[in-house]
Write a protein that binds this ligand. Structure first.
Ligand code: PHE
Length: 456
């Protein structure tokens, strides 16, 4: 069986950026910012992305391209089978993420339909809407169906082609919405809130959230970049690719804020910035724009979210599929549909956890906390804020102490002749050996005990 590959460098960059740019940027990022002191959060987030995460992105891509294997098989191929548990944690984490991501993507897809129909009042009944579980599961299944259809067509004909259409469209919609948002009255107050830091808001919880958000948003720490890296040829410049992916991801998250905050401040609607920000507040804002403008802007907004989401679900599905295809020689089409079905089933508890079912709604109470949290929040705590940073940490340990920096350098310098001896090489090596394990390890341990055991 011939292994797939990307046809062009641009196709690879678009697909990998497509994975990174997702609901995390547009749905999650703004409310993390508003909960974390505006720009204070933003600054920390930028630091994590560029300083801590960048060397790990480079490492994942290098491991993938070096081995031409999936997230688990890569470690075996390099002769360190014992370390493939890193890949196993990654695949497991990806499955968890995709299970709830598909549910939220289902909410989004449903909203496209509601907006097209001009049904803005849906926002008053958001909890009714998400608890109409049968309907939501139909939307989520539909979303998963499109995802699986694309992934089943393979790397160049499926994933790459989709990214080449979806990513440019996404960009156009974002720009159109920013231009519109900035013309709204009081837009500037939103921008000020977004960009002026309030450092008194920074604490361990906020730092932990910023770290989790950086990993989640960059699709980092679960082997996605190992997998996509394995479909890339030797002429591709890994450093430039990693830089482009990071810049696109951070750029889109930043731009999303330029849409979200002017809209909120100009509407004068109070929001606690929670999950409901986009689903409960935005339709009200669109309604205030008048029925025709509201329908157009509202539809574009939720179509944009769907496009961002599907390039991410594609990559999340590809990780376990690539593992089955490589290691067990399962046919791509077969593994795609089986994995998609299993993940849909795993997502059902998440869809029931927003009030429909008592057990999943009050799923767990962390040690020392008063309030219980729902199943979906619990899964995001485990996957986004725990397993992803843990995966990233383990990769740095693996590269620095097992694979060794000389091998990393050799792989990166293919397709980047001037790398060896450069400042970039010194920076990457120093980070992977010292900065990443130290800072990442410290924040990880502290936030882990903070989150689950109330340690402050
Ligand atoms: N980066 C995606 C987002 O921001 C989510 C994602 C996480 C995708 C991990 C793939 C792997 O929405």
């Amino acid at each position: 069986m011939k292994r797939g590959s990307f046809n062009s460098k641009l196709g690879f960059i678009l697909a990998a950026s497509g994975s990174a740019v997702g609901l995390g940027n547009i749905w999650k990022f703004p409310f993390e910012v508003s909960n974390g002191g505006g720009a204070a959060f933003l600054l920390m987030y930028l630091f994590f992305c560029f300083v801590l995460c960048f060397p790990i992105i480079v490492s994942e891509l290098a491991i993938g391209r070096n081995t031409k294997k999936n997230a688990i098989g890569a470690f075996k191929k390099m002769g360190h089978k014992k370390w493939n548990f890193i890949g196993k944690i990654g695949v497991f984490c990806g499955v968890l993420i995709l299970s709830f991501y598909t549910i939220v993507a289902g909410w989004v897809l449903g909203y496209v339909i509601e907006m097209l129909a001009g049904n803005f009042s849906i926002s008053n009944n958001f909890s009714e809407y998400v608890n109409d579980v049968d309907k939501i599961l139909i939307y989520s299944t539909l979303f998963m169906f499109f995802t699986a259809l694309i992934v089943s067509k393979g790397i160049a004909n499926g994933i790459e082609k989709a990214a080449k259409i979806l990513m440019p469209s996404l960009l156009i919609m974002i720009i159109a919405l920013i231009i519109y948002a900035l013309t709204l009255p009081n837009a500037i107050d939103g921008i000020i809130f977004y960009l002026v830091p309030d450092f008194s808001q920074i604490n361990l919880t906020v730092a932990g959230n910023a770290l989790g958000q950086a990993f989640f948003s960059l699709s980092l720490g679960m082997g996605m970049l190992i997998t996509y890296g394995s479909y890339v040829d030797k002429n591709t410049n890994i450093i430039n690719s990693a830089a482009l992916i990071t810049l696109t991801d951070v750029g889109v998250a930043f731009l999303a804020g330029l849409i979200i905050f002017p809209f909120i401040f100009s509407s004068g609607i109070q929001s606690d910035g929670g999950l409901g920000l986009i689903f409960e507040v935005f339709p009200k804002i669109f309604e205030g724009l008048g029925s025709i403008t509201g329908t157009i802007i509202g539809s574009i907004f939720f179509i944009l979210l769907s496009f961002a989401a599907i390039t991410s679900t594609i990559s999340l599905l590809e990780v376990p599929v690539s593992f089955l295809v490589d290691e067990y020689k399962v046919r791509r089409k077969f593994s795609v549909w089986i994995v998609a079905l299993i993940i849909l089933l795993i997502g059902i508890p998440s869809s029931l956890s927003q009030g429909k079912n008592d057990f999943f709604t009050n799923f767990i109470t962390y040690y020392g906390k008063e309030e219980s949290i729902d199943f979906m929040t619990f899964i995001t705590d485990v996957s986004n804020d725990t397993l992803l940073p843990l995966g990233g940490f383990l990769i740095t340990i693996y590269v620095s102490s097992v694979w060794k920096k000389s091998n990393l350098s050799r792989e990166i310098s293919k397709g980047n002749k001037s790398y060896q001896g450069s400042i970039m090489e010194k920076y990457i090596n120093f980070s992977i050996n010292y900065i990443c394990p130290l800072i990442l390890g410290t924040i990880f341990v502290l936030t882990f005990f903070n989150k689950f055991f109330g340690f402050s």
